[in-house]
Design a protein around this ligand. Sequence first.
Ligand code: T46
Length: 139
Amino acid sequence: MHASVDDQKLVSLPVLGDDRGSLCSIEGEHGTSFPIARVYYIFGTKAGVARGFHAHKALRQLAVCVSGSCTMILDDGKSRRSFVLDRPDVGLIIGPMIWREMHDFSEDAVLMVLADQHYDEADYIRDYDAFLAMAVAND
Ligand code: T46
């Protein structure tokens, strides 16, 4: 089945606030819709630098910009959607076979990503034409 950018969605993360400030808790399964096997975060991205430019064959992820902001562009091979991530209480769920690019990192941006699998370079599709061929084959 062809993955669609329309199925990639922003989710509100419950904020547990009190008079000291705020706390967000994300649990695997019901918080992410998948078990969490890995957490990584991207910070110190230099001005004007874009990241990503790949898709994953199977990986599911939840991306949260816990500080600052960045723009995530998602592409299913047919259409593209752009999401501004600028809140620590909103995450973007990204499923398999979606090309992603991250742009416009603010100086203070920290993009935290929860993933359902350990790091595996074999799961990456880093060539856009190869991604398009696989997306068409899945149609
Ligand atoms: C994604 C976007 C949102 C590891 O060794 N372990 C890891 O868990 C990760 C994520 C990366 N790496 C190594 C692989 C590269 O040598 O760290 C280096 C930088 O990774 P990459 O160029 O893939 O980073 P981004 O920012 O282009 O993409 C990352 C994730 O890799 C990717 O899964 O969806 O963030």
